[in-house]
Each structure stands twice: as structure tokens, then as C-alpha cells.
Unconditional design. Structure first.
Length: 289
């Protein structure tokens, strides 16, 4: 086994996990909400980019922009539909409704794009770089750089801008924030739109590595859930670290044991952490840290 190659693979996979999870982390941290349609939003982001490229001949980089715009629109529409439940913090109803919303997205994607696997072709996936005993594609490098940039930009927005201040106030106490004159429905709109845009952006960078299917959202939402929980529910920095850790664990476990059992092994780690250190997984009031 080439240990360095597996470490590089793990870092790439880990940044993919972290990028897919960042929108859900933001939603959990700021709004204390769970979106079980997150995986289907990822799937739609990949298919939208594929459609723009195959149907209109749009270049890959422009298809990323188009997919992000559609993702933000889906997030905004979801927020408008769920506004009442969001403001009342009806968590059980929200979980059920977002689960149903995800199934509607999956069914709609099946009707629109068909049941066959498709390939989101990126010209950068065909370009490889070799550094000593390891290699990776330019697409992999783009993914890592993009993930780091998104997390740094999010930290800046949350800690250095007026909107970020409003988001942190909503995360702390929505009712008091409303009394302070801030229209929290607009804050929630921005959070949902960010989630949709971020997961679509992640899809356009990650999906060229594998075929895309309308059923691909389930696996993504499972791993995203693990990243968010292990990172400390609502912790932006924690989800980044957890994504990297899970990526490295997945790559090394798959090489040493078998890729077929990596998901089970990751959940075994999750269970162990929840049993041994449950207090470390509590939602953080200072989620922007």
C-alpha cells in the first residue's frame, strides 16, 4: 500500500465531505433545523450542471455557476414553503416535510433527467499531476482549494459582516433578535439559499469523480450527517475538521480492510464517540467558531 497516496486520497475525500456538509452545518448552527432533503439537493445540483452542459453546450465552469444559482433558488423556495414551521421551530414537522421535499426532488429529477446514470464531464478530471509517489487530478486540487475557500469565506462573513452578526444573533435567540428589529425571515432566507448554493457547488466539483444517479442523494446525506454530528452539531470549523478526519479514515480503512465496509466502520466510530463523549456533540451556541 502506498501510504502517501492513501493520505492524499483521504484529504481529497475529506474536503469533499466537508464541502457537501457546510450548508447543512450552517442550517443546524444558525437555525437549529435538520434538512433531510440535503442529499437530494446535492443530486439536483449535479444533474442541473450536467443538463446545462449536455443540452446547451455550456462550458463546465459556467455550468457550475448555473447550478449554484439553481441551488440557491431551491433553498429559497424551500424556506418560503417552510417559513411557518421554521419560525415556530416545529422540529418534528420540519424533519418530516424536508424528507418529503427530498423525495419530491428525487422523483422530479427522475422524470426530468431519466433513470440512467450520467457523467458530469469536467476537463480538469482528465488532467493529472504527479508529485513523487502520489498523483491526483486537477479536479481534485480544485475541490480541495474550493472547500478551503468556502470555509474561510463563511468564517469571514459570519464574523466580519452585518449579515453574519444577524445570523449569529438568530442562532443565539430568534425571539430576542426579532424584538431587536431584525427581520429574521430574511436571515432564514439567506441561510436556506446558502445551503442550496453550497451543496450545488459541492456537487459540481465532486460529481465528476463518479457517475451521477437520481438515487445518489441517500449516500451523501448519510455521510453528511456523520460529518455534522462528529464535528459538533452546528460548528463550522468542527465540520471541516470532521470531514478531513472521516476522509482519511475512509481512505486508510478501505485500503487496509475493504471499501465495502467503510460506511459501517464510520458509523461504528460515530457510535463510539456518542457513547464515550456525548457532551462534545452538543449544539454550540457559538457555531461560527
Amino acid at each position: 500500500m502506498n501510504v502517501w497516496q492513501q493520505i492524499v486520497n483521504g484529504l481529497i475525500i475529506g474536503h469533499a465531505y466537508a464541502l457537501v456538509a457546510v450548508g447543512w452545518t450552517m442550517l443546524l448552527g444558525a437555525a437549529r433545523l435538520v434538512n433531510f432533503g440535503h442529499g437530494q439537493m446535492y443530486m439536483v445540483g449535479a444533474f442541473v450542471a450536467w443538463w446545462f452542459m449536455s443540452a446547451t453546450g455550456m462550458p463546465y465552469l459556467l455550468a457550475i455557476v448555473a447550478s449554484v444559482a439553481v441551488g440557491a433558488l431551491i433553498g429559497a423556495v424551500m424556506q418560503r414553503l417552510l417559513l411557518g414551521l421554521t419560525l415556530s421551530q416545529d422540529l418534528v414537522s420540519l424533519m418530516i416535510v424536508t424528507l418529503g421535499f427530498g423525495q419530491i426532488l428525487e422523483g422530479g429529477a427522475g422524470l426530468a433527467f431519466g433513470p440512467k446514470p450520467q457523467a458530469l464531464v469536467s476537463p480538469f478530471q482528465q488532467m493529472s499531476l504527479h508529485i513523487g509517489p502520489v498523483w491526483f487530478t486537477v479536479q481534485d486540487a480544485m475541490l480541495v482549494v474550493a472547500a478551503i475557500a468556502v470555509f474561510l469565506a463563511l468564517q469571514y462573513v459570519l464574523n466580519r459582516t452585518r449579515f453574519g452578526t444577524a445570523v449569529r444573533m438568530v442562532a443565539e435567540d430568534p425571539a430576542l433578535t426579532r424584538l431587536g428589529g431584525i427581520e429574521i425571515s430574511k436571515v432564514y432566507m439567506g441561510i436556506f439559499a446558502f445551503e442550496g448554493a453550497a451543496v450545488a457547488f459541492a456537487a459540481t466539483l465532486v460529481a465528476p469523480r463518479t457517475p451521477i444517479l437520481t438515487s445518489m442523494g441517500f449516500e451523501q446525506v448519510i455521510m453528511t450527517f456523520v460529518v455534522v454530528v462528529l464535528g459538533g452539531i452546528g460548528s463550522v470549523a468542527g465540520s471541516y475538521v470532521a470531514g478531513i478526519a472521516i476522509g482519511l479514515f475512509t481512505a486508510l480503512f478501505g485500503a487496509l480492510v475493504s471499501p465495502a465496509y467503510t460506511t459501517a466502520a464510520v458509523f461504528a466510530v460515530l457510535i463510539a464517540v456518542m457513547v464515550l463523549r456525548p457532551g462534545q456533540l452538543a449544539a454550540s451556541a457559538s457555531f461560527a467558531r
